[in-house]
Design a protein around this ligand. Structure first.
Ligand SMILES: [Zn+2]
Ligand SMILES: [Zn+2]
Length: 244
């Protein structure tokens, strides 16, 4: 076994449980200690909605337990309360930026395995295993999917595959942006809608979990939440690998 990032040999960890069970696959480290140290898990006080670390934020860009962006989203009746919570695992530092670029754009697909353990752990911490959420990967437009060959959000979502993966959305290629008010533009220019021929009854009144690689402005996730709203969900959360 070699580190998936720097290719140094890895020493395998043999535990009593891994001697007796086959389920230890994810417990084996995929990356070396040095590479692991360059990933920065988000810790400490965070924005209640988007997981942004509040300690890194100038106090003037924070409102109680929210960052100023989420505060503004929540002020707008059109978007208020739509996204219950975004959970992010890592800070989007330069190391993770390079790693995700290698994964997404240079097609180094195996790198997804680095994130199996962190994403599964986070999901277990957040949801009751007796009542797992419906997992919805953020779709790519057909054009983008063709270019890239795979959807990184779906690859991440598959790491949680013991739960059902709901590919119920599609994304149209984004048109030129119009000159309406931001809030209206985000609504009318949303590229997301339900796929045809899906029985939506199956997805009603559930806990929904949208999966994506990065939370940047939160626009994508909220545009999706707006579509999902018609399913009268118990909650709409998102799990993103990185918070930029
Ligand atoms: Zn390494
Ligand atoms: Zn926030």
């Amino acid at each position: 076994m070699h580190c998936l990032i720097c290719h140094q040999p890895l020493t395998e960890i043999i535990t009593w449980s891994s001697l007796f069970t086959l389920s230890s696959q994810n417990a084996q480290p995929k990356i070396c200690h040095q590479c692991n140290q360059k990933l920065e898990p988000i810790t400490g006080e965070q924005c209640r909605i988007c997981s942004r670390p509040l300690s890194k934020l100038d106090p003037k860009f924070r409102k109680q337990d929210l960052c100023y962006d989420c505060y503004n989203w929540e002020l707008d009746p059109e978007w208020q309360g739509l996204l219950t919570q975004n959970i992010s695992i890592f800070n989007y530092n330069d190391f993770l930026k390079d790693l995700l670029a290698q994964f997404k754009f240079r097609g180094d697909h195996e790198l997804v395995n680095i994130f199996a353990e962190p994403i599964q752990t986070k999901c277990k911490q957040t949801f009751d295993y007796k009542n797992p959420p419906i997992i919805i990967p953020v779709p790519l437009s057909p054009e983008r999917q063709y270019e890239r060959g795979f959807n990184q959000a779906k690859s991440l979502a598959k790491l949680l595959s013991q739960q059902p993966l709901a590919e119920i959305l599609e994304r149209t290629h984004t048109e030129k942006q119009s000159k309406k008010k931001r809030s209206e533009r985000l609504l009318t220019d949303s590229p997301f809608h339900f796929q045809a021929d899906i029985n939506l009854e199956h997805y009603k009144n559930k806990n929904l979990l949208i999966i994506d690689d990065i939370y940047t402005t939160g626009t994508t996730l909220r545009q999706i939440a707006k579509v999902l709203q018609s399913l009268s969900p118990n909650s709409i959360k998102s799990l993103t690998l990185a918070r930029s």
